[in-house]
Ligand binder design. Structure first.
Ligand SMILES: Cc1cc2nc3c(=O)[nH]c(=O)nc-3n(C[C@H](O)[C@H](O)[C@H](O)COP(=O)(O)OP(=O)(O)OC[C@H]3O[C@@H](n4cnc5c(N)ncnc54)[C@H](O)[C@@H]3O)c2cc1C
Length: 621
């Protein structure tokens, strides 16, 4: 191979998926000369699976990315076809935005943003080697399959589902990335193994896309979006008032019979698929086998875009043979005459063990080498984008010898995500869920900027425009919170209280107490006035704060308690193997993961509270 210098950069990002895009923008926007490599410019920010952004817990992540100065929320608002708040009937801690996206337009807009970002060069090409200095402990560049060398001080590897990608449906198997895009099998995996990474095989699957002209929507339940709802980004004006619907349908006994009759041809059950799949995103054949008591499984028909007839059949991903797919999709109500435009398939790909990473997502064995996204064992656009943002920002901060950005579990879902990856690791594709976040009542959908925008500002990514919007919200929130404590005279609220079957109070009652009695803030304002110039969003937030004040107080107490352990830093060179009082399993686990704090140590599986007590005494001495 004839090698040549393609260019000198501060950083190189391998991958233009959801992780790579956030990394490249974070680096370039904080002044770093950055190059972004991708196998195909047409796969920039490609939504390989569901045409949606957000969903339970994922919606929280998107708004956190936005609050930190990332791009996903802004891009998602621009390509919205429909948006809804999920779990409206449940508590505020589990409500999440979910947007149906126009996939092609999502790609087009993100590509435009990248192409017009100063300091950023985009290059189509395959990375096959990460170059290091002679000691092998520091990054120096990236080699491409065409011999171009991109010299740099930091590399972010965000190769997603492409690394030795192979797609499978029944007996059909091909080396390929998603959607027919080229796979990355030029040798990068072998190079990562040479650099000491532990590589394993994961898999995920996607359903078929069917032609809308061949679906009978008239027999299906329609699911419309919401127009009186806030968008993903704090910088977006409002959501589109004209939205496209989704449709609800179900599998049935015929569907299940066809699946059961062909399980022997399933690569999943036939052993052709070796990779570990996502427990919380099962294929339809998995659902039929695991939940055999269920007569039907819910499916959503989702538009893939405004300018296409392609419909995504959410809930019916599979790797069964093409002929079986043709038969089983046509058993579904409304799809009896459907024509498949893209068959479903499973994809297997290489990923690394995230326990080898610091909470900055830097690789412990090679300085300046970071990994982000699906390669770290996660599944999902949102999880990938969050890691890309954190890895990109930390690579930039490190180059400036500035303090790293490490989010804790009470800062946000992003903090939970990364802490789980680098402290507990994952043996299957990791999907974020609200149940993973112990402080979810604090980490809500409506207040991420109050928790994160100052941190994004300190890291140099939050623009003046965004900071201005944030400061205005802080002002409003302060004013509204004060007004919530203002007490009303019994006479003023007598009628309102009696409407909710309460007696006339003996003494004054605050707006917050009225809310805690279940009276909507909107009615309190109708009765008592006030809250002038306060946006609906902030009113929602102070109403939730009042309603859940008890849980919030308890949550904040737990956070304070956890913070004390988090602040106990552990020196990097501690020799766990020589600490007598520690149990053998704990010594081995601590030596492998090398936690940065007692807090992180306490979350490692196999390290008991007794071990933490021993460690605390050892550190004090
Ligand atoms: C079939 C399928 C089903 C899925 N199902 C789900 C699901 O059910 N739920 C869910 O949440 N998510 C699902 N996903 C996952 C979702 O697509 C990913 O989580 C997300 O795209 C990961 O983002 P990423 O940035 O890590 O990588 P990707 O979006 O995969 O992007 C990787 C990028 O790296 C580039 N690249 C790779 N190797 C090289 C190289 N050597 N040199 C240069 N560039 C390179 C590629 O060109 C691409 O630009 C599915 C994906 C697929 C393909």
């Amino acid at each position: 191979m004839n090698k040549f210098i393609e260019g000198q950069f501060d950083a190189v990002v391998i991958g233009a998926g959801h992780a790579g895009c956030e990394s490249a923008l974070a680096l370039a926007r904080t002044g770093k000369k950055t190059a972004m490599l991708t196998l195909n410019l047409d796969s920039i920010a490609f939504m390989a699976c569901n045409p949606s952004i957000g969903g339970t817990a994922k919606g929280q992540i998107v708004r956190e990315i936005d609050a930190l100065g990332g791009e996903m929320g802004i891009n998602a608002d621009k390509a919205l076809l429909q948006i809804r708040m999920l779990n409206r009937g449940k508590g505020a801690a589990v409500q999440s935005l979910r947007g149906q996206e126009d996939k092609n337009y999502y790609h087009t807009v993100m590509k435009q943003t990248l192409e017009n970002t100063p300091n950023l060069k985009i290059l189509q090409g395959e990375a096959i080697e990460i170059l290091t200095d002679e000691s092998g402990s520091k990054v120096t560049g990236v080699l491409t399959s065409f011999g171009g060398v991109l010299e740099c001080k930091a590399v972010i590897v965000a190769t997603g589902v492409y690394l030795n990608g192979s797609v499978i449906a029944g007996e059909w198997k091909q080396n390929s990335g998603p959607n027919g895009f080229q796979a990355s099998n030029g040798g990068l995996t072998e190079n990562l193994i040479k650099h000491g990474f532990k590589v394993r095989r994961f898999k995920t699957g996607t359903p078929a896309r069917v032609d809308a002209r061949t679906i009978d929507f008239s027999v299906l339940d329609i699911q419309d979006g919401e127009t009186d709802i806030y968008p993903f980004s704090f910088l977006s004006e409002r959501v589109p008032q004209k939205q496209r619907p989704c449709y609800l349908t179900y599998t049935n006994e015929n569907t299940h019979d066809i699946i059961k009759a062909n399980l022997h041809r399933s690569p999943l059950y036939g052993g052709l698929i070796k990779g570990t799949g996502p427990r919380y995103c099962p294929s339809i054949e998995d659902k039929v086998v695991r939940f055999s008591d269920k007569e039907r499984h819910q499916l959503f028909l989702e538009p893939e875009g405004a300018d296409t007839n392609e419909i995504y059949v959410q809930g019916m991903s599979t790797s069964l043979p093409h002929d079986v797919q043709k038969a089983m999709y046509r058993t579904v109500k409304g799809l009896e005459n459907c024509e498949i435009m893209r068959y479903a398939y499973a994809i297997e790909y290489d990923c690394i063990d995230s326990l080898d990473l610091y909470p900055t997502l830097e690789y412990k064995k090679i300085e300046g080498l970071y990994t982000a996204g699906q390669i770290n064992g996660t599944s999902g656009y949102e999880e990938a984008a969050a890691q890309g943002l954190i890895a990109g920002l930390n690579a930039s901060l490190k180059m400036d010898n500035k303090e790293p950005l490490i989010l804790s579990r009470d800062d946000g879902y992003i903090g939970v995500l990364i802490d789980d990856l680098v402290t507990k690791g994952t043996n299957e594709p990791y999907r974020m869920m609200t149940s993973r976040a112990e402080y979810r009542i604090v980490l809500r959908q409506d207040n991420p900027d109050f928790r994160l925008t100052e941190k994004g500002r300190k890291a140099g990514l939050v623009t003046d425009e965004r900071y201005g919007v944030y400061l205005k919200r802080v002002e409003e929130y302060k004013k509204a919170s004060e007004e919530m404590q203002i007490t009303a005279k019994p006479k003023e609220v007598e009628d309102l209280l009696s409407k909710y079957a309460y007696q006339k109070p003996q003494s004054g009652i605050s707006r917050a107490d009225l809310v805690r009695r279940g009276i909507p803030l909107s009615e309190i304002i109708e009765t008592l006035g006030g809250f002038e110039g306060i946006s609906k969003e902030i009113l929602d937030t102070v109403e939730i704060d009042a309603k859940y004040s008890g849980y919030l107080e308890k949550g904040l107490e737990q956070i304070e308690k956890a913070k004390r352990l988090e602040q106990k830093k552990i020196p990097g060179d501690i020799d766990y193997l020589s600490i007598g009082g520690l149990r053998l399993e704990a010594r081995q686990k601590l030596d492998k993961i090398r936690p940065t704090s007692l807090g992180q140590a306490s979350r490692i599986s196999g390290v008991s509270p007794a071990d933490i007590a021993v460690l605390m005494v050892y550190l004090t001495k």
